[in-house]
Write a protein of this length. Structure first.
Length: 73
């Protein structure tokens, strides 16, 4: 579980500078005025949730394999 927390922290660390810089852009203001910014935010959230879900899935799978290996010995 510690590995998962580290992976999530790394993901947020990598994503936040890009999200913060997008707020200053003129394109973001245009998209916000047209209402398209919500589509961009929704897609980003879906991708982020999908990545976190995938990390949880892989973590559970690896934990199960580790348990099987330790039970064999």
């Amino acid at each position: 579980m510690k590995k998962l927390n580290k992976a999530i922290a790394l993901l947020f660390t990598l994503c936040f500078p890009f999200l913060a810089s997008a707020q200053d852009a003129e394109m973001a203001d245009t998209m916000r005025s047209n209402g398209k910014i919500y589509v961009v935010v929704a897609i980003a959230l879906v991708i982020l949730i999908g990545l976190i879900g995938y990390l949880v899935f892989i973590d559970k799978k690896v934990s199960g394999l580790e348990e099987r290996i330790t039970k064999k010995d």
